[in-house]
Structure formats: C-alpha cells, structure tokens
Design a protein around this ligand. Structure first.
Ligand code: NAP
Ligand code: GDD
Length: 322
C-alpha cells in the first residue's frame, strides 16, 4: 500500500484529495497545524480512515520528523495562506507559508528521502496581468498580489530542486476550482450561500466587489485527480489544469440567482470594501498538455458547478433550520 502525505488536508482540496487517494488504495497521512479548536469539518466523513499528524510549514523540524516517521512515497503540498485579500494585509506571513514553506518541504525531502515524489500547488494567480490568452505552461508570469508573488516563488523553487537535485517535483498550475467545501470568503461560495439565504428569507442583500473580473472556474473534485496523475508519470513536469472557459463574477451571480428564480439586481450591492489594490482581470487556461499527457479532462461544466453549489447550500441551510 503506497503512503501519501497531504499538507493542507483540512482545506477544500486536501479533503477531496484524501478521499481520492483512499479510493486508490493509499495510506493517507494528513498534516495539520496545531489549533486550539479542531477544524476537521471537511474531513469528518473520512477522519477515521486517515492518519492525522501535527506539523507546520513554518517549522522545518516538524516536516523532517513527519517524513522520517511515515516514509511517504508521495507528498502533496497543498498547505498555504490561500486567500488573496489576506495576502495584501499579511504579506510577510503569506510569504512565509506560501513561498518559503515550499522550500522547507523540499529541503525535508532532500534530507530524508530524495526519491519522494512531490506535488506543488501552484496557481493561475501567477499569471496575474496576463501576457497571453489563453494561459499555458509557457506563458510568462506577472503576479498581481503578494499571494501570487509567493506562488511564483513556490513554482520556481520546485523547478529549481528538480533541475538541481533531480527531485521528482511537479508544479500543477491550477485555475480556480470550487465546490460546496470552498471557504465562504471566496466569491463563488459567498454568492451561492447568499443566494440560498435570500431564497429562504434568511438574508436580503449580497455585498460584492468587482463584478467584471473573469475566471476559469472548475470543480475541485476533478482537479485533485490531475494532481495525482502528475505524480504517476515517468518524468516530472508542470501542467496547467483548467476548463478552457471563462466567466465573469456577474455571470456567476446571474447563473446562481436565476437558478433560484431571483433577480440578482434587487439584491447585489457593489461595495468598494471588496476591491483589491491590484486585480487579476482575466484568467482562462489552456489544459491541452494535461489532456494529451495525463489524459485529464474536467467532468463538471460552469452551469453544473453553480447549480451543485447552490443545491448544497440550500440543503445545508434547510438542515440547519430543522
Ligand atoms: P484552503 O481551503 O484555504 O486550504 C489551505 C490549507 O492550508 C488548510 O488546510 C490550512 O490549514 C493549511 N495551512 C495554512 N497554513 C499552514 C501552515 N503554516 N502549516 C500547515 N498548514 C497550513 O485552500 P484550497 O482551496 O484547498 O487550496 C489548496 C492549495 O491549492 C493552496 O496551496 C492554494 O493556494 C492552491 N490553489 C488553490 C486553488 C483553488 O482555486 N482552490 C487554485 C490554485 C491553487 P487550516 O485549516 O489550519 O487553516
Ligand atoms: N473573495 C471575493 N469576495 N472576491 C470578489 C468579491 C467578493 O466579495 N467580489 C468580487 N470578487 C472578485 C475578486 O476581485 C476576484 O477577481 C474574483 O472575484 C475571484 O476572487 P476569489 O474567489 O477570492 O478567488 P481568487 O481568484 O482571488 O483566488 C482563488 O483562485 C486562485 C487561482 O487563480 C484562490 O483560491 C487562490 O488560492 C487560487 O490560487
């Protein structure tokens, strides 16, 4: 039975990846940082099937200790400070987690077992002010937030350790992917949760920032499969994972509200509080390489994604009311 270590296992992607790896027959070690209250909400259905260990990307020795104790063949580095607005208010902390945290894990791998295969959660946010449409693996990077800058560092240090030390390091450049397990501060879940609340009479308005930003939104369950496929190849490489379709925040709002027979214009308030110091206006990825080399393709389209998130929020809120 192969063993995989997943950092960020309590996050959206960590929970889907842990589920997927269990289905593939892996022993899954999930790294969590110490908190005063347990936050295993996204893991509760599989908590007994995975082994939870304490470690922190800020603490080099904790990473070495975990690798020595559990001897994984694969490491998926999903842990990060992943919310772009927080990266503007806490840029140094974001750099410590999201950038230097990658080096700490790579150093731990080099020290304990250089045969370990490593996946780095890179991001389309690295393309920022896009230099090419659609964005592909070769598109020059131009990040627009401290988060994006930190991810560029993580991306390049992964490539550097591959080229310098021959590590099996892959960087997955994933475009936005969403699900009912998405954090509520991200725009998609904020919209579907608010639409469901408004439908049930639990809320009356939704404050949003820039409605014109465009994103290539896919389903998180599809994207974790691509992570695993990257580590099963003969040679390490970098891949864009995306749907190839782009939609504006407003289109997401329209789709969610109209699905519930609501007129979004009556409820949505544009609020400067949610504007960012620098914005990423347009993201749309070209997943051709992932398709050709990994045989990967998305199974959930934009409309299906919006609807499955709205349905899940309605269900949760109705259950809470009972
Ligand atoms: P998420 O829901 O915000 O989860 C982040 C995870 O990182 C959480 O488990 C968090 O733990 C953990 N973490 C944060 N700081 C840590 C530290 N210092 N030590 C150990 N763990 C730490 O993010 P996600 O959406 O699942 O994304 C997973 C990864 O993919 C992230 O690296 C993100 O930047 C990247 N990414 C995401 C997307 C996307 O659209 N979702 C696209 C491209 C790339 P707590 O539960 O304790 O906070
Ligand atoms: N969060 C949020 N809240 N975003 C808003 C709002 C709002 O009220 N109103 C408009 N937006 C716009 C943002 O300005 C941005 O252009 C877009 O909606 C998407 O914002 P987020 O959902 O916060 O995601 P993101 O694109 O900034 O970052 C996500 O995707 C990256 C991949 O491209 C995160 O998951 C990152 O971790 C990930 O790397």
């Amino acid at each position: 039975m192969p063993t995989a270590l997943v950092t960020g296992v309590t996050g959206q992607d960590g929970s889907y990846l842990a589920e997927f790896l269990l289905q593939q027959g892996y022993k899954v070690i999930g790294m969590v940082r110490r908190t005063s209250t347990i936050n295993f909400e996204r893991l509760k259905h599989i908590q007994r099937q995975i082994e939870i260990v304490q470690g922190d990307l800020l603490d080099q020795m904790s990473l070495i200790g975990i690798l020595q104790d559990h001897r994984p063949q694969e490491v998926y580095n999903l842990a990060a400070q992943s919310f772009v607005p927080t990266s503007f208010s806490q840029p140094v902390l974001t750099g410590e987690f999201t950038a230097l945290g990658v080096t700490r894990m790579l150093e731990a791998i080099r020290f304990v077992d250089p045969q370990i295969r490593f996946y780095q959660a890179s991001s389309s946010e690295m393309f920022g002010k896009v230099m090419e449409v659609p964005q592909r693996e070769t598109t020059p990077l131009y990040p627009r937030s401290p988060y994006g800058v930190a991810k560029v560092y993580g991306h390049w240090i992964t490539i550097n350790y591959r080229e310098s030390y021959n590590l099996f390091g892959c960087s997955g450049i994933l475009f936005n992917h969403e699900s009912p397990r998405r954090g509520l501060e991200f725009v998609t879940h904020k919209i579907t949760d608010a639409a469901a609340r408004i439908k049930l009479g639990l809320a009356h308005e939704l404050h949003l920032g820039n409605l014109e930003a465009r994103r290539d939104w896919g389903y998180a369950g599809d994207y974790v499969r691509a992570m695993w496929l990257m580590l099963q190849q003969d040679a390490p490489d970098d891949y864009v994972v995306a749907t190839g379709e782009t939609h504006s925040v407003q289109e997401f709002v329209e789709e969610a509200f109209s699905y519930l027979d609501l007129d979004w214009k009556q409820y949505v308030v544009q609020d400067p509080k949610y504007y960012r110091p620098a914005e990423v206006d347009l993201l749309v990825g070209d997943p051709a390489k992932a398709g050709a080399k990994l045989g990967w393709e998305p199974t959930v389209n934009f409309r299906q994604l919006v609807r499955l998130m709205v349905d899940a929020d309605l269900q949760t809120l109705q259950n809470n009311e009972k």
